[in-house]
Design a binder for this molecule. Structure first.
Ligand code: ADP
Ligand code: MG
Length: 239
């Protein structure tokens, strides 16, 4: 069964600022949904709330039939939801293999990926990290750090994967390689939510797009409809 994810009437406040204001979105299992919006619109706050780094001040988050808001992020990972970080957070002294091995020690889920892609080395290979598997994280390129973010999330064996700007700062060619990894993860049956600034990537990769603007849901639909909607264009132009 492909996992459904939903947020219902979620509000997240930082002091007086509502980073998310009564937002409801359903992410149907098996799809790639693009989560877009101008800077500061609440995309990372949404990812942080779904994955348990933040607790909403109102509303609920469901993974399948289970309510997950209020659970810790490690508990949510064990239930099948993994994420990457917009700013890679890896201890510089650890090797790539060591970082990928950490989730194995506490998550231990069966992977959706092809049989045989289940240990640290096969996940590293799947993510194009074989040449650097013994390298320390402090010595990695930005591309390899992005690949490692994905590999670490895959080591959780997720049903649902949240990607926060995983292509940011990459060359066109490197971004393309990462897009192919995302496609293969989706093809294996993983539900994907991707935050991404480059609209051509969203248009080509996603089944559907949801748009946040100033903490509110602005649009939800097929990429070609949403990306051409006047309200979405205005939000990006800051009118
Ligand atoms: P996006 O990822 O769409 O660029 P964010 O979700 O990071 O936006 O931020 C949404 C809003 O919430 C912004 O105005 C941001 O400054 C604010 N914000 C985010 N995290 C915090 C925090 N930990 N404390 C206070 N304000 C925050
Ligand atoms: Mg962000």
């Amino acid at each position: 069964m492909k996992a459904n994810l939903s947020v219902e009437n979620v509000t997240v406040a930082f002091g007086g600022l509502k980073a998310l204001n009564n937002v409801s979105i359903a992410f149907p299992g098996g799809q790639i949904t693009g989560l877009i919006g101008p800077n500061g619109s609440g995309k990372s706050t949404m990812i942080n709330t779904i994955s348990g780094q933040l607790t909403p001040s109102a509303g609920s988050v469901r993974l399948g039939a289970q309510e997950i808001n209020g659970l810790r992020s490690d508990q949510i990972a064990v239930m099948g939801l993994a994420r990457t970080y917009q700013i890679p957070r890896v201890p510089p002294q650890l090797t790539v293999q060591e970082v990928i091995s950490v989730p194995f020690s506490y998550v231990r889920r069966k992977s959706h990926l092809a049989p045989g892609i289940g240990d640290e080395r096969s996940i590293a290979e799947f993510c194009g990290l074989s040449p650097v598997v013994m390298r320390r994280c402090g010595d990695l390129s930005i591309t390899d750090l992005r690949r490692l973010e994905i590999a670490r999330a895959l080591a959780c064996g997720p049903d649902v994967l949240l990607l926060d700007e995983v292509m940011a700062g990459l060359s066109h060619e490197d971004a393309h390689a990462v897009i192919e990894i995302v496609r293969r993860i989706h093809a294996a049956g993983v539900t994907v939510v991707i935050v991404e600034h480059v609209m051509s990537i969203i248009a080509n990769l996603c089944d559907r797009v949801v748009v946040l603007n100033q903490g509110e849901l602005l649009a939800d639909g097929k990429p070609k409809d949403v990306l051409s909607a006047p309200s979405v264009r205005e939000a990006y132009l800051g009118k």
